[in-house]
Ligand binder design. Structure first.
Ligand SMILES: *[C@@H]1O[C@H](CO)[C@@H](O)[C@H](O)[C@H]1NC(C)=O
Ligand SMILES: *[C@@H]1O[C@H](CO)[C@@H](O)[C@H](O)[C@H]1NC(C)=O
Ligand SMILES: *[C@@H]1O[C@H](CO)[C@@H](O)[C@H](O)[C@H]1NC(C)=O
Ligand SMILES: *[C@@H]1O[C@H](CO)[C@@H](O)[C@H](O)[C@H]1NC(C)=O
Ligand SMILES: *[C@@H]1O[C@H](CO)[C@@H](O)[C@H](O)[C@H]1NC(C)=O
Ligand SMILES: *[C@@H]1O[C@H](CO)[C@@H](O)[C@H](O)[C@H]1NC(C)=O
Length: 934
């Protein structure tokens, strides 16, 4: 329900007057098929070739204008969807979007955009522009000439229940589009497309197909368009028998596609083809994924074999049966790379017969994709409905299309966004002055919780000022000058102005305060547009502030001197002049600790440092008291370092310190109590076999601890390195919130110029140690990233960092070995009982492996890790959403609604249109003898 409401808002339908049934967007196959430029008044129609119904694009976008192609380009036989285009002149803003709704969060879709210029504008100037999918760059559309149709396709996981396809003017001509298709895919298909990367089609070839045979819907239920592809040096093998998919097929190649294949005429030559890597400004070294579809079409007698090697750039691809591959009779096998390859220049695929083989190699079809990253984080979801309501209510005609804040160079005009490192962007400023707004002030402004500045001056706003605006706790400036507002200033806003947290301007509103209560319209200043403060005894306030500042300074000085003796010899911290940031920590006496812990009665933990006791402060707050034992191997220095540091840093994901004790030989730290103990106990159920953490709980814990570390690395000045990140140093409170503990080994960087700190000896815990640090003694914050990678692997697998079964092996090695086989379920902690999103688990495992890269510079920063984990959480949320019982439409729906058409008829009509689309092929898979694909 909420989702549908949001969609309506996004489509600009609320208040817009037109009523539109959102479910009408998707047909009974789950397809969306849009003929761009078809007038809104025109009825939808059924495409002759595919029997798919197409609709006008009017409800999917509210910008752009319709055009017919020039007459001279209309003569070629082509499907109706090519006849018209919609174009977007820059007056409408640089980015113009189509919003496709009724989707399912976290599902995978194939999106196809088609373009034929056809000199629709009479300028004879084919444009170049960019395509975005949501907030991510998809591809640059480069229209080569007026006649050639261009097809661009992407397979992507959709993070919301809608997806936007945006055309972006890059200064090289006016963007336009002919048609737009969306097809749902089962999530298991194309596993290389996940929440973090999309697959952009480079080529899709049907080997051995007749030159006018276009395999697509209904032959392919997923409506991929398979282009025929042949070479004189190949001969064709074909069958009329059904070619089946294997169990757990990840690509579901249709039988019609597989019924033809090619083999080299010269039986001793290989089949090979190459393509060049195409760098883009967004990605200088894009990755590639290639999928080869192979099925034996001839029934072979016993004394005949067909066996070959499949190599990519000389590297063997298929490793079973001595590295050689034998196709299965009438069964489709796909040979593919599960992870993109990043060879920098050229890719070469070769199928070579083995010495034993009596027949040459064979191939039926192939697909090549390049990979784009889809890891940008969109504007905080809660803001979208509010800002969309505002846009629609006031009919704002700026460039308000697509995501409000992302990418930041396309943020909506008049919006100011804040881009925090690890969380989605939020709207902090909104300038709608002199924008011709009329009507009352929308209560939706109050839903933009991060708003600091709101300028509505110089409009025609009427009605009263909503008190809800006073709930915007960050709001610093509210400008309502020059409207026709009436009534009085609400009391909440008055209070905010009185405590000076808000500046309110409301001059030139003739009807405001006419009833003369609480506020006083300042007759004199109204025309000079000055901020109107409600009278406050400024002098008095000043005095109080001064006094407070004075007191604070005196106190800090005093602290500085009295605590000198407790200061550790930690130069980095000491010399940095940050002692002034010191927050007051309580200093306990030993007697007090005895009272707090009731005579050190209950031990809740043990470390190298000594024992940790349960206790209660006088006010009843439960605490943990870490008492240094005589035999402790944590030195006095380390103890003091921890006390010193913890006193200064405060973050919700770092265990906080209430105070410390340093009395004679006794040293102790008093922490907040973390009732659920350390993470390792939960993962390995050591003690009282606690209940198993769910995947979602694990993800949250990973995210929270990552945030704690990120704060140490980025939020502290000087930046800090923890040096002992491990699961036993991640503590959980009663709500299972994770906090990093044990700062005894913490090290500080002096300043930004230092890239590392040299240490005299390597300290840390085996299994978590950064190999580079181990080798060079040079410590960087990437050492923490390495250890955190190990923590992530423990979270995914439930295994300890060092395995002994059967031989001793690190968890990193163990996981890499298994993941290389492409099966994530091999490594996932079985105690999670499959209750997880596979894509999300892959992603966490992948993040962990990045973190544990040998070379420190290849590891991501904690900020990047936080962002990646954030996406995993979104995938998991989507997974839960899906488990609530969706996904029936579209995917399996091959028969519904189609069975009425007989094949004879549909192939017949498809001839004309396919002959036309064939021209597209001319530009695409120019394979084999070596020429590059695109
Ligand atoms: C396109 O052509 C049709 C007739 O074929 C005409 O009715 C329509 O007005 C034209 N549209 C534009 C935008 O010129
Ligand atoms: C589609 O088929 C109908 C009926 O056969 C025909 O009248 C129409 O012109 C065809 N449209 C296209 C675009 O080929
Ligand atoms: C396989 O056996 C048949 C007869 O049994 C023979 O005609 C044929 O030449 C043999 N083929 C090969 C490749 O040995
Ligand atoms: C070729 O055949 C021989 C003998 O049958 C066998 O030992 C060898 O493994 C085969 N080679 C391949 C690549 O299958
Ligand atoms: C406000 O509305 C009035 C009448 O509708 C119009 O004359 C005036 O120009 C408007 N003012 C602004 C600032 O839009
Ligand atoms: C208030 O209105 C007067 C007269 O219309 C105008 O001269 C003045 O600039 C306005 N002040 C503001 C702050 O809009």
């Amino acid at each position: 329900m909420a989702a549908r409401w949001l969609l309506l808002l996004l489509l600009g339908l609320v208040g817009g007057g037109s009523v539109f049934n959102v479910h009408g967007q998707v047909d009974n196959l789950g397809f969306i098929s849009i003929d761009c430029g078809l007038p809104e008044s025109a009825a939808g129609y059924i495409d002759n070739a595919t029997k798919i119904s197409y609709a006008s694009d009017a409800v999917f976008t509210d910008a752009g204008t319709n055009h017919n192609l020039s007459a001279e380009y209309m003569s070629a036989p082509m499907g109706k969807s090519w006849y018209t285009v919609r174009s977007f002149t820059s007056a409408a803003g640089e980015r113009n979007c189509y919003t496709l709704g009724s989707l399912v969060v976290g599902l995978k879709y194939l999106i196809r955009a088609k373009f034929k210029y056809g000199n629709y504008d009479g300028l004879n100037r084919p444009p170049i522009f960019d395509l975005h999918v949501g907030i991510n760059y998809w591809q640059t559309v480069n229209i080569s000439d007026a006649d050639t149709p261009e097809i661009y396709e992407i397979i992507t996981v959709v993070p919301d229940d809608y997806v936007q396809v945006c055309l972006v003017n890059t200064g090289a001509g006016t963007p336009f589009i002919s048609s737009l298709d969306l097809r749902p895919l089962k999530n298991k298909l194309y596993p290389q497309a996940d929440g973090s990367q999309g697959l952009v089609l480079v080529a899709r070839a049907n080997f051995g197909a007749g030159d006018t045979t276009l395999v697509r819907y209904p032959d392919d239920p997923h409506d991929r368009i398979w282009m025929p592809y042949n070479k004189p040096k190949w001969s064709v093998i074909s069958t009329t028998r059904n070619v089946q998919n294997v169990d757990k097929d990840l690509f579901e190649a249709p039988s019609a596609l597989m019924q033809t294949a090619i083999t080299p005429i010269n039986s001793s030559s290989p089949i090979d083809f190459t393509w060049d890597a195409q760098s883009t400004t967004n990605d200088p070294v894009p990755g590639y994924v290639c999928i080869l579809y192979i099925a034996e079409l001839q029934h072979l007698p016993n004394n005949v074999t067909r066996q070959f090697y499949v190599t990519l750039n000389g590297k063997l691809w298929y490793a079973e049966t001595h590295g050689a591959y034998t196709p299965q009779y009438l069964y489709t096998n796909a040979i593919y790379n599960p992870k993109p390859d990043y060879a920098s220049h050229q890719y070469n695929i070769s199928l070579d017969a083995t010495d034993n083989s009596t027949l040459p190699p064979i191939i039926n079809a192939a697909e090549i994709y390049s990979v784009i990253s889809t890891t940008r984080i969109a504007t905080r979801a809660q803001e979208i409905p509010a800002i969309s309501t505002i846009r629609d209510k006031y009919q704002v005609k700026k460039n308000w299309m697509g995501d409000p804040c992302m990418p930041n160079n396309f943020a909506w005009k008049g919006l100011r966004c804040s881009y925090a490192v690890s969380s989605p962007p939020i709207i902090i400023g909104l300038n709608l002055s002199s924008s011709g707004l009329s009507g009352n002030i929308s209560s939706s402004f109050a839903s933009l919780k991060g708003l600091q500045y709101l300028d509505l001056s110089g409009n025609n706003l009427t009605g009263s000022i909503p008190d809800a605006l006073s709930q915007l706790s960050s709001l610093k400036l509210l400008d309502l000058t020059g409207n026709q507002l009436s009534g009085s200033i609400p009391s909440g806003l008055l209070r905010r102005t009185q405590d000076e947290s808000l500046t309110l301007r409301y001059g030139n509103n003739t009807n405001l305060c006419s009833n003369g209560n609480s506020c006083q319209p300042p007759k004199k200043t109204s025309s000079s547009m000055v901020a109107v403060y409600v009278a406050i005894p400024i002098f008095l306030v000043l005095m109080v502030v001064l006094l407070a500042v004075l007191l604070l300074c005196m106190r800090r000085r005093k602290q500085g001197t009295t605590t000198n003796s407790v200061r550790p010899q930690n130069e980095a911290i000491n010399n940095n002049g940050h002692t002034s940031l010191r927050l007051e920590n309580r200093r306990f006496t030993y007697n007090e600790l005895e009272a707090i812990t009731n005579g050190f009665q209950r031990v809740v933990g043990r470390g190298g440092f000594g024992k940790v006791y349960d206790g209660f402060l006088e006010d009843g707050t439960q605490v943990a008291v870490k008492l240094r034992s005589e035999s402790s191997n944590q030195g006095v220095q380390e103890f003091l370092a921890e006390a010193q540091t913890l006193a200064k840093i405060h973050h919700k994901n770092l265990v906080s310190l209430f105070g410390y004790c340093k009395e004679r030989e006794y040293m102790a730290l008093v922490y907040e109590y973390m009732s659920e103990g350390a993470l390792d106990e939960h993962l390995r159920g050591r003690e009282n076999s606690r209940r198993t953490l769910t995947w979602r709980q694990r993800l949250l814990i990973a995210m929270e601890s990552a945030q704690g570390l990120e704060y140490l690395h980025k939020g502290c000045n000087p930046p800090l390195i923890h040096r002992d990140v491990k699961t036993s140093n991640i503590l959980l409170n009663a709500k299972l919130e994770a906090k990093i503990a044990d700062f005894g080994l913490l090290k500080a960087f002096n300043n930004d110029c230092d890239t590392h700190v040299s240490t005299a000896r390597v300290i840390g815990t085996p299994g978590y140690l950064d190999p580079e640090y181990n080798a060079t003694f040079q410590l960087t914050n990437k050492s923490d990233v390495f250890s955190f990678g190990v923590v992530l692997l423990e979270i995914v697998t439930g295994k300890p960092p060092l395995l002994n079964n059967p031989e001793s092996m690190s968890i990193i090695h163990w996981t890499r070995q298994r993941l290389a086989r492409g099966n994530i379920e091999d490594v996932v902690d079985t105690r999670m009982h499959d209750d997880h999103d596979v894509n999300g688990v892959w992603k966490v495992a992948d993040t962990a492996l990045k973190c544990t890269a040998q070379a420190a510079e290849q590891r991501p920063s904690m900020t990047e890790v936080v962002a990646l984990l954030h996406e995993c959480l979104e995938l998991e949320a989507a997974h839960n959403h899906m488990n609530a019982g969706f996904y029936t439409a579209g995917s399996g729906g091959n028969a519904d609604g189609y069975s009425g058409y007989d094949t004879g008829m549909s192939t017949d009509v498809s001839q004309s249109s396919s002959a036309f689309e064939m021209e597209y092929l001319g530009r695409v898979p120019t394979m084999s003898t070596g020429p590059a694909v695109r």
